[in-house]
Design a protein around this ligand. Sequence first.
Ligand SMILES: C[S@@+](CC[C@H](N)C(=O)[O-])C[C@H]1O[C@@H](n2cnc3c(N)ncnc32)[C@H](O)[C@@H]1O
Length: 473
Amino acid sequence: MLRFVSRTFASLQTQTKLDSAAVLQSVLFSDSVSSGFIGATRMEPKLYRPPPQVRGMTSLDKDAFTQAITVPALLVPTGVLNKVMKSLKKSAIQRPGVHRVVQDGEEGSGFRLVLLDPHKVSSASSFSEAEAEALRSFGVSDELQQYELKLTYDNLKTEEVLEAVLPQGQDVTSSFSRVGHIAHMNLRDHQLPYKNLIGQVIMDKNPGVTCVVNKTNMIDSTYRNFKMEVLAGEENMVAKVKENGVTYEFDFSRVYWNPRLSTEHQRVVQLVKRGDTVFDVFAGVGPFAVPAARLGARVLANDLNPESYRWLEHNCKLNKVESKVQTFNLDGRDFIRGPLKQELPALLKADSAVHVVMNLPALALEFLDAFRGLLQLEPPCEQNLPTVHCYGFSKDDNPEADVVERASRSLGFPLENKCSVHFVRNVAPNKDMMCVRFTVPKEVLFCSEEAKTEPTEEPAPKRQKCEEAPNST
Ligand SMILES: C[S@@+](CC[C@H](N)C(=O)[O-])C[C@H]1O[C@@H](n2cnc3c(N)ncnc32)[C@H](O)[C@@H]1O
């Protein structure tokens, strides 16, 4: 039913008016709530204020959020409607599921109502210069009308629902990361009593999300996967995602996957050329290995987690690169001292580049000691030495210097001025993820058995020993 209230839209500012709005609000609530162009009675505007009864709700009752608000509107001739809408983009109401153009009440009147955002428009003087000029040029009066709009749960934003439900004054931040159909959150303690409601709201408000999980803590620091609790939706943890045009499938609860690394994956893969060889020491489910193979590289990819290994193989098949990727389920050091060591002598004599990717930022820098004396039986060779891309976390004031120093210590060789360092991302306050790139020095690859087993605490001095005995054993 359409009801006309007033041709004049009053200011929202005074408390008296807000109070009278509140009275009207309760009147409207006692009725079944409907939308409409309001009739001749003068009425104060009302912004959306959550019904008080939803505060503290732990099981979602969508109907309890239904409410009528009053919004300003302009009466616009249908002939210039499209042009007016373009000019009023900033002032028109924007809410999920709310039509911005509605009938003005009289069939065939030749007019429509354009609904405006009550937070932005309270009188004709709220319009910007450009908007006012556009209205004049299209012959549209800037006299504000009132329109009573029924808002339901579906028209509310996530934050509006959560702010209405959670205890007042507490942070309702509801950020989540998305992995395929799964939204994963990191809820804080005060949000836990509302966890299922929060999960349901996230699912309702984000098309395509059919499962919401809370990452509780890291159960397995080796495999880097999280313990997860399903808050809402299906229990299916097998996600399908696309990253840089490549499709991956995996059980999100059992392997490592981080959507925030897509740029980093792309950055490194872009350095790989057709015919190159890539050793991916901590491959996960394949976000370096699979795209590198698609580019025409030969890839040897390894992961210690049997589940990652399984999904890595699956993703190679899914992307039809299984003939280009050899997969291994080994500890990273064993992979370097096994398959990598076996392949390296021939690759050192070839022309195409060799890349070693080591993305296990908590530990990878320490694994660099596996390169010491790797090829002690081989003649030293300057040509075609492998390029290592090794990741590390740093909490140091100078993260660049810190990761270079730690890489040097593991290798027993000073990398200062012989490597490049790339800032990947800030993972926590005062914790950065860095990538050190360097060519494995021949002094490291071909050093003596004695230098190989030296303790790794001291950074620089090992260099001499390696250089002294490049051919030994
Ligand atoms: C940070 S994830 C990186 C995965 C993938 N490269 C990526 O960029 O998404 C590290 C991976 O190393 C694996 N891992 C952990 N410890 C390992 C070890 N000692 N040897 C081999 N892989 C290991 C984990 O299972 C995990 O898949």
